[in-house]
Design a protein around this ligand. Structure first.
Ligand code: ADP
Ligand code: MG
Length: 568
């Protein structure tokens, strides 16, 4: 055609395609889940846009997804009558990866296929997974509300480029045709496709229809009739009763809403009644997404109002430190025309946000306090993936500070390993008689913390000290100030007073030492001049001759180092 153009994929798309085709082959069935998931999102979007503009439904208001196969042509077709795409949208959505941080992510790939394959789950696979089973993919689409002449045909063999042209397309929505690779003929089966749909996409809200089949005596095989049947349950999973939902259904639903390839770590599903009525189904992913630290990354919660999709990434529904949570909130009270601007000021949203925050903290507490090894292991995994994000909550969420503090985990001199497994409650339970503070030392690495000379007296007396080496840790303990009434104190700051932990004889010894070493101290003072505030005789050290101490209210040496490194 005259208007046909060939365009190159963004470099990262090429890398993703290559990686996916080679590493996900054993999981090839997921392509159907991904395409159906996209079709469902497209239907949700149309239904939402049509709230403001009913004409978008054209004459076809029954949203559905169709799966069909053609044995002779060796193709599979997945189509929907959702929102469709304009030409520009096709080029962006099916030619680039529109996620922030993509370039950085790909620059970290090692080239080792095995290792990189693990990373792909973190990235999400999506539309491009069609190339696992197809060596050519054709997309026909037209955006809702546009003329038939605004149809777009996109085609690619999944190598470096794709073609795009304008075509006539009376039907609204998107049709994706997969030209199967040589060895994929087993997918050309109604039975097989139904099994895959029921396994991965049963929870999809829109009906997924296929042509009914019947036995053909002559051909000795099943042949498609023209009558439709719905293959999935086609009900909103979160509206169903908890005990009617199988674990696997929860997991598959997560992969759809979370755009994730792997299972979630944990979830909570609850219906809230009372002044506010809403349902929440919230998941903690199994793994941190690659863009957890990207300020522009998408947030996880989908907002529905009485089952109508309103928006993705409703960031007002959870505080920023819980941005890794994925899932759905379905409100019975909000107006259907709610916008992001309205959300920002809504008291209803504030109540939902508080409710969701409490639910997630409760879910984390259940894992953390679990008596079973499996729960504990899950919490350790959670901490490894998301602990650093959760720590931000200590400074961000005043109302829940104590609960968040209870969820923190640290390394300490108790085990003397870098593993962060000590909770403040564990620490308090092990405190010495007469000890009234929680002691910590902060350094820029675990080894530096562990070998700090400030620890000598504590080790000698058998007093546990938290070993902090994450950049944000000092900020966290600074915001925390106390836990269960016990102040947090740096072992490297101020005039160390172990209070009732030092005995009388020691105090006397210290006092006499001050006199005994006066001359030496004066000499050191004179030679260091204005580089130090003070030189003191100390009982902090047992083996080292000297150490640097910050004044009680001064910045710690470690924090000063961090700020200097950050150019401040
Ligand atoms: P994701 O679903 O995580 O956004 P995908 O790779 O699955 O990533 O899809 C990329 C984008 O392509 C989608 O966000 C959507 O904008 C668009 N898209 C894919 N399939 C369809 C479809 N059937 N109808 C409309 N838009 C689609
Ligand atoms: Mg998708």
């Amino acid at each position: 055609a005259a208007n046909r153009e060939t365009m190159g994929f963004q470099t990262e798309v090429k890398q993703l395609l290559h990686l996916m085709i080679h590493s996900l082959y054993s999981n090839r069935e997921i392509f159907l889940r991904e395409l159906i998931s996209n079709a469902s999102d497209a239907c949700d979007k149309l239904r939402f846009e049509a709230l403001h503009n009913g004409s978008l439904f054209e004459s076809d208001p029954d949203l559905k997804i169709r799966v069909a196969y053609d044995k002779a042509a060796r193709t599979l077709t997945i189509s929907d009558n959702g929102v469709g795409m304009s030409r520009d949208e096709v080029i962006t959505n099916l030619g680039t990866i529109a996620k922030s941080g993509t370039r950085e992510f790909f620059s970290r790939l090692s080239g080792d296929q095995q290792k990189d394959a693990h990373l792909i789950g973190q990235f999400g696979v999506g539309f491009y997974s069609s190339f696992i089973v197809a060596d050519r993919v054709t997309v026909l689409t037209r955006r809702a509300g546009e003329q038939a002449s605004q149809g777009v045909r996109w085609e690619s063999e999944g190598a470096g480029e794709f073609s795009i042209e304008m075509v006539d397309r009376p039907e609204r929505g998107t049709e994706i045709t997969l030209h199967l690779r040589e060895d994929q003929d087993d997918l050309l089966s109604g039975w097989k496709l139904r099994a895959i749909i029921r396994k991965y996409s049963d929870h999809i809200v829109q009906p997924i229809v296929m042509h009914k089949e019947s036995w053909d005596e002559e051909k000795k095989e099943q042949v498609a009739t023209t009558e439709d049947e719905t293959v999935n349950k086609a009900s909103a999973l979160w509206t169903r009763a908890k005990n009617d939902i199988a674990e696997d259904e929860y997991k598959e639903f997560y992969k759809h809403v979370g755009h994730d390839f792997d299972d979630p770590l944990a979830w909570v599903h609850a219906r809230v009644e009372g002044r506010q009525e809403y349902t929440q189904l919230l998941y903690v992913p199994g793994r941190a997404p690659f863009d957890l630290w990207d300020r522009n990354a998408r947030h996880g919660i989908k907002l529905y109002v009485r089952r109508v999709f309103i928006m993705d990434d409703a960031e007002q529904l959870l505080p920023n430190y819980l941005r890794f949570v994925r899932g759905v909130v379905d409100s019975a009270d909000l107006p259907l025309n709610v916008s992001r601007e309205i959300l920002q000021e809504s008291k209803d949203i504030e109540a939902i946000r508080n409710g969701c925050t409490k639910k997630i903290l409760g879910l984390l507490e259940d894992m953390a306090n679990s008596e079973e090894a499996e729960g504990k292991e899950k919490y350790a995994k959670f901490w490894g993936e998301f602990g650093r994000a959760l720590k931000e909550g200590v400074g961000q969420d005043f109302a829940n500070k104590a609960r968040i503090a209870g969820l923190l985990r640290f390394a300490s001199t108790h085990a003397d390993t870098p593993e962060e497994s000590v909770s403040l409650a564990d620490y308090v339970a092990r405190m010495k008689e007469g000890q009234d503070k929680i002691y910590y030392v902060a350094a820029d690495s675990f080894n530096a913390a562990k070998n700090s000379p400030h620890l000598e007296i504590f080790r000698k007396k058998g007093i546990e000290v938290l070993l902090l080496s994450d950049r944000v840790d000092e900020w966290v303990v600074g915001n925390l100030t106390d836990f269960e009434g016990k102040a947090l104190a740096s072992v490297a700051k101020g005039d160390l007073d172990l209070g009732s932990l030092s005995d009388e004889a020691e105090k006397q010894e210290q006092e006499s030492a001050v006199g005994e070493f006066k001359e030496l101290v004066d000499k050191i003072k004179a030679s260091l001049a204005d580089r130090v505030k003070e030189v003191r005789v100390t009982h902090r050290l047992t083996d080292s001759p000297a150490c640097l101490v910050a004044d009680e209210h001064d910045m710690s040496a470690n924090l000063a180092r961090l700020l200097k490194a950050a150019g401040q």
